[in-house]
Design a protein around this ligand. Structure first.
Ligand code: ZN
Length: 153
């Protein structure tokens, strides 16, 4: 675009906005957000995504808006292959990795957490953050690796 560096900031922001929204419409990027930059991220709800199309603040005044948005590549939330998930709920990457399943154990030495699906009861071991290394555990494995969780008081 000729003269691009001298275009008014508002036009640059508008251009970026159109690009981001059209990439999101095509499913080539995902827009995730949260109430603060450090808080948990979730895929934007329908309402939030609509707001992004009409509300100026998230685009022009990111310091003050309550809607913080992060552009995420769809590839980052693919499930590890070969995991036999218990149900559709726990098979959902977002449910598993963003606090929608119950953490019932923590193994200091392995630096792994034990999680249980609130819908079907399937248990998995995973990293607390970082890369998703979800592995389904049967009851015996879970008891062996996370004895504290199953200790009766
Ligand atoms: Zn489940």
């Amino acid at each position: 675009m000729p003269g691009f560096p001298r275009e008014p900031m508002s036009e640059k922001v508008e251009l970026a906005r159109r690009v981001v929204l059209s990439l999101a419409d095509e499913g080539r990027i995902e827009l995730w957000g949260g109430q603060s930059p450090e808080g948990p991220l979730e895929r934007l709800s329908e309402t939030q995504a609509e707001r992004l199309k009409i509300d100026e603040a998230p685009w022009h005044d990111p310091e003050t808006t309550t809607l913080k948005v992060k552009i995420v590549s769809p590839a980052v939330y693919e499930n590890p292959s070969g995991v036999a998930f218990g149900c559709d709920y726990c098979a959902d990457y977002q449910n598993r990795n963003f606090g929608h399943v119950t953490q019932i154990g923590w193994n200091e030495r392995r630096r792994m957490i034990l999680i249980r699906c609130p819908r079907c009861g399937a248990m998995y071991e995973n990293t607390p953050e970082e890369e998703d290394l979800t592995r389904r555990l049967d009851e015996t494995e879970a008891r062996n690796l996370y004895p504290d969780t199953f200790r009766t008081r």
